[in-house]
Design a protein around this ligand. Structure first.
Ligand SMILES: Nc1nc2c(c(=O)[nH]1)N[C@H]1C(S)=C(S)[C@@H](COP(=O)(O)O)O[C@H]1N2
Ligand SMILES: [Mo]
Length: 299
């Protein structure tokens, strides 16, 4: 099965489950959670996932408003079935696909990743999904392609935040092709073995764990292979503050705040600040992608 990256775990590795799943979720009984869970203390100390509640009640999803509880309050209005994703640009098999068609025949992964927002808060999330690489290989990437562009749905009738101009819709993101093909890069379709909650980007969203959270675009309806670096929403909104790469980097501060540490979401009385790690802790895996680049200039 799937190669287990250093610094990643499947949630079957994490114990005790009851510490982070509530009773209702346990009753809901995702198949993957049934197995007995055994884990070395070292792995436990490494990454403790946030609770389902924390992950689904504190969100950024400007299509539903700019407040952290707006997505949980309003994203229920979004129709996610049927859903189709246009794959176009420099691919051999362009077309309009359902999520099932896009992921047919691919291996579903469980990945526990650190998630670090550019606003200096962080969580640990147990995702389910598919390597973007596998999806792109099915699409057939042509030799001229150098970047992958993504777009979120535009549907102001259901996405009340799109009736405002908090961003220039659609939400857009992009990766360099080698970043997109990296095995850590996920197209996520679930959390804790359950279908992706609307507020987290149903039915399918990107997860790039070594980059600031805004790169992980939600509710994707278009994937385009391009020759040129695509425009991206936060870079368009403020290029001085948000670069195309936006790799997590504790040594390059945001113009308005430090990126050296972050606040961990949850934990109640035990909530704490932690030092932010280079590439969010995935340096061994991804530093090679940026060899020779000046990361303070190409940030
Ligand atoms: N379409 C879309 N994708 C988005 C956003 C958004 O506003 N719209 N917010 C981004 C930001 S800033 C973050 S931190 C993460 C938050 O993901 P989460 O709510 O699942 O934690 O989603 C990213 N993806
Ligand atoms: Mo973010």
């Amino acid at each position: 099965m799937a190669y287990r990256w250093k610094n990643t775990l499947t949630y079957n590795d994490v114990t005790p489950k009851a510490a982070f799943l509530n009773r209702r979720q346990l009753m809901a009984g995702a198949a993957g959670m049934a197995a007995a869970s055994i884990m070395s203390p070292a792995m436990a100390a490494d990454l403790q996932p946030n609770t389902f509640e924390e992950i689904t009640q504190y969100n950024n999803f400007y299509e539903f408003g700019t407040g952290k509880t707006d997505p949980a309050t309003y994203a229920g209005a979004l129709t996610t079935d049927p859903w189709s994703i246009v794959v176009d640009g420099l691919v051999d098999n362009p077309g309009e696909y359902s999520v099932a068609q896009l992921t047919e025949g691919l291996t579903e992964e469980e990945r526990i990743y650190r998630f670090r927002c550019v606003e200096a808060w962080a969580m640990v999330v147990p995702w389910n999904g598919f390597e973007l690489k596998d999806i792109l290989e099915k699409a057939g990437v042509q030799s001229g392609a150098k970047y992958v562009a993504f777009e979120t749905l535009v549907r102001p009738e259901e996405m009340r935040g799109q009736r405002t101009r908090s961003l220039d819709w659609p939400y857009r993101e992009g990766l360099r092709l080698d970043e997109a093909m990296h095995p850590l890069t996920l197209m996520a379709t679930g959390i804790y073995g359950q279908p992706m909650p609307n507020q987290n980007g149903a039915p399918i969203r990107l997860v790039v764990p070594w980059k600031y959270g805004f790169k992980s675009i939600k509710s994707i309806v278009r994937i385009t292979l391009t020759e040129d670096e695509p425009p991206t929403s936060w870079n368009m909104a403020n290029a001085r503050e948000y670069g195309f790469y936006s790799n997590v980097n504790p040594t390059v501060d945001h113009p308005r705040w430090s990126q050296a540490s972050h606040r961990t979401i949850g934990g109640g009385l035990f909530a704490k600040r932690e030092p932010t790690l280079m590439f969010n802790g995935y340096e061994d895996e991804v530093a090679g992608l940026y060899a020779g680049m000046d990361l303070s200039k190409q940030f």
